[in-house]
Design a binder for this molecule. Structure first.
Ligand code: FAD
Ligand code: AMP
Length: 478
């Protein structure tokens, strides 16, 4: 293995591995340092996203959604199944198989692109030197023309609720239970808490989510968030706002959770506790002081718009830097940085960043919320369309939710799109593209949408922003 590379990437999550592959495509010699040891006790590429994040959570959401459908909704579709039962160990094994196929896939892509995987922990020293400590403690120093820091993030732990075995767990632990807990408390009703809560609720657990804030999903358009709160409550997710968890104590195979709500201090006893209070950048130990890279009090590495640090040729991307902690955000930063290193132009439109909560129904959005536009005093108009009026949603038997489009009244440009409903994550693509192309609502209104598809709801919401929706009566623009 060479000691000198054009590019060394520290971290192989969706930010780091994408940066490494793009840099190699552009003719650079590339190494990627990764320390991850997976569930099978083997080194693995792919970071949080592939090993314990996006992919395994979606695998379990898929299994449990189909189980729920088979159990509760197939009969309405004229399908009789008899008793539907669930095999949790098989579900977990399927999830693990998907993870190992995908992480193995990254290994193959590294080989195909001649990227060296330096197995171990990387630390940036001065002068773009990178020290790698292997899992046996052996050290070797490599040097690079450019270094990309992509060390990602880890779950935030609460001092008052320490993790304990498989009873008090973080998001990773909640992806691995092999039997269905009777009752689960989730700390934090954010995206991860809602997704994991949904998985286990669909399998039959009693799930309560305790959320310190008094607003449900404050980053989501509140019309959509209210719709989501109603739907999740109907599904049996017991979401309690204004409720701060203050401690936990494991007794045998139960855990007592202490919390404070508007009525004072309380306790509940549950089988499992999931701590889902967010993630923090994982930069400790990644940068030696002599490298002179600035990190803020939350551990985020200081970068400019092009993700370059204060040291020329050293970049940082993904969850390790400012911005939403999303896999696709990190990947696109990886592409941008690799292209800049190769002398190409690179930029990223952070205003057109898609966001998704993969519950059922899914919640997906891009751009500004109506609350943000109001606060800015923007001259905007909203168009909405409910899936209840969509022929395709009716045929699917999945009519909850709506599409909402926000347009600039003067320029007709799309300011935001907010969807709650079936396949919202896939439907959102059209709006992201519209924003990326600086398109208008009229562009969507002019576009022919196949019938019957869920995407017609997007079309109708665009028409509705101008008072022209066909399939809904009296829908005046506001
Ligand atoms: P990471 O994926 O965290 O990867 C960083 C890598 O760097 C790790 O492999 C780590 O071992 C390695 N590393 C760190 N320090 C060193 C070092 N010193 N030396 C060597 N290696 C090092 N995002 C979405 O967009 N969509 C989703 O659906 C989604 N679902 C999620 C579900 C869950 C349960 C969780 C926990 C997260 C989810 N996320 C989702 C968030 C997403 O996983 C992260 O935003 C994404 O993984 C960040 O990518 P990254 O490459 O910056 O960091
Ligand atoms: P997210 O950042 O989307 O992963 O969501 C994490 C959520 O956890 C946030 O909405 C926080 O308000 C919430 N949270 C953090 N600490 C506590 C706590 N001690 N009790 C209840 N909720 C909390």
């Amino acid at each position: 293995m060479a000691d000198k590379y054009d590019v060394i990437v520290i971290g192989s999550g969706p930010a780091g591995y994408v940066a490494a592959i793009r840099a190699a495509q552009l003719g650079k010699s590339v190494a990627c340092v990764e320390k991850w040891i997976n569930k099978q006790n083997k080194p693995a590429l792919g970071g949080t996203c592939l090993n314990v994040g996006c992919i395994p959570s979606k695998a379990l959401l898929e299994s449990t959604e189909l189980y729920h459908e088979a159990k509760h909704n197939f009969a309405d579709l004229g399908i009789n199944t008899g008793e539907v039962s669930v095999d949790v160990p098989k579900m977990i094994a399927r999830k693990d198989k998907i993870v190992s196929e995908l992480t193995g896939g990254i290994e193959m892509l590294f080989k195909a692109n001649k990227i060296d995987w330096l197995v171990g922990t990387g630390k940036l020293l001065a002068e773009k030197n990178v020290e790698v400590t292997d899992h046996d403690g052996g050290k070797k120093t490599y040097t690079a023309g450019n270094v990309i820091l992509a060390s990602g993030s880890v779950p935030i732990e609460l001092g008052a609720t320490p993790l304990e075995g498989d009873i008090v767990v973080d998001s990773s632990g909640a992806l691995d239970w092999e039997s269905i807990p009777g009752s689960i408390c989730v700390i934090g009703a954010g995206i991860i808490g809602l997704e994991l809560g949904s998985v286990w609720r669909r399998l039959g657990s009693d799930v309560v989510l305790l959320e310190a804030l008094d607003t449900f999903l404050p980053m989501v358009d509140q019309q959509v968030a209210k719709d989501a709160a109603r739907t999740f409550a109907k599904q049996g997710l017991d979401i309690r706002l204004n409720t701060r968890v203050t401690g936990s104590k494991v007794n045998g195979n139960k855990v007592t959770v202490s919390y404070k709500d508007k009525d004072g201090d309380k306790e509940m006893v549950v089988d499992k506790l999931i701590v889902a209070v967010g993630r923090r950048s994982a930069t400790e130990g990644v940068i030696a002081p002599e490298a002179e890279i600035g990190v803020d009090e939350r551990g985020l590495i200081h970068v400019n718009d092009q993700c370059e640090t204060s040291v020329p040729g050293v970049y940082a991307i993904g969850d390790a830097v400012r911005g939403p902690m999303l896999a696709h955000k990190g990947s696109e930063e990886g592409v941008m940085v690799a292209e800049i290193i190769a002398g190409e132009h690179g930029s990223l439109n952070y205003d057109a960043m898609p966001n998704v909560i993969y519950t059922h129904p899914e919640v997906a959005w891009v751009g500004k919320t109506e609350e943000e536009l109001k606060a800015e005093g923007a001259d905007y108009q909203a168009g909405t369309f409910p899936f209840a009026a969509s022929g395709r949603a009716k045929a699917k038997g999945d009519t909850g939710g709506l599409v909402k489009i926000l347009r600039d009244k003067k320029t007709d440009r799309m300011l935001g799109a907010h969807i709650i409903g079936p396949s919202a994550s896939e439907l959102l693509g059209q709006s992201v593209l519209t924003m990326e192309f600086d398109g208008t609502i009229e562009d969507i209104a002019h576009t022919i949408h196949a019938h019957p598809t869920l995407s017609e709801a997007m079309h109708e919401a665009a028409l509705s922003a101008d008072g022209r929706a066909i399939h809904i009566a009296n829908r005046k623009p506001r």
